[in-house]
Design a binder for this molecule. Structure first.
Ligand SMILES: [Ca+2]
Ligand SMILES: [Ca+2]
Length: 161
């Protein structure tokens, strides 16, 4: 083994070692609507908590939907530009973890004003506990659903401009 090879091996190991926080590569903002920029994460799936932190580490926030117009924009975007097929799911920052049945956006602290739930939702899984809000394609119908926070989904990060 040559000295040069050994040195590069050590340097390479050192680079990996000193980047324990550097696993998230800067993602590109891909969409804008009114005063917001969005990044749709379709490479890494994460549970609700980790999706929230992932967005924070990008200098962004997990999606909050402030109006019906914004909902329609996101809805149309994921339908037309992403393969949001049957059983596809995407986290938003909506949650009723603080108070069962009262949904807020964790990213802003404001209560959820829009009513875009899929038929029969939110159902808290009939009392078994679902506290985090996602877009869900349920057999061709797309809308919001409460789901278990620990499942891993793709998600959308946003940044106010
Ligand atoms: Ca719940
Ligand atoms: Ca549900």
């Amino acid at each position: 083994m040559s000295t040069r090879f050994l040195i590069s091996l050590v340097l390479c190991a050192a680079t990996i070692y000193v980047l324990p926080e550097g696993r998230i590569v800067k993602r590109q903002v891909t969409h804008t609507f009114k005063n917001k920029q969005y990044y749709v994460e379709t490479l890494v799936k994460a549970n609700f908590h980790n999706a929230f932190m992932f967005c924070q580490r990008l200098g962004m926030q997990l999606l909050t939907i402030d109006s019906n117009d914004e909902y329609d924009y996101i809805f149309n975007t994921i339908k037309s530009e992403f393969n949001f097929g049957r059983d596809s799911k995407l986290w938003t920052s909506g949650t009723d973890l603080g108070h069962e049945g009262k949904f807020h956006w964790l990213s802003t602290g404001f209560s959820m004003k829009i009513n875009k739930w899929l038929s029969g939702q939110p159902d808290n899984d009939h009392g078994r506990g679902e506290h985090c809000v996602e877009f869900w394609n349920n057999k061709g119908s797309i809308g919001l659903n409460d789901d278990r926070c620990h499942i891993t989904n793709y998600f959308i990060c946003e940044k106010r401009t």
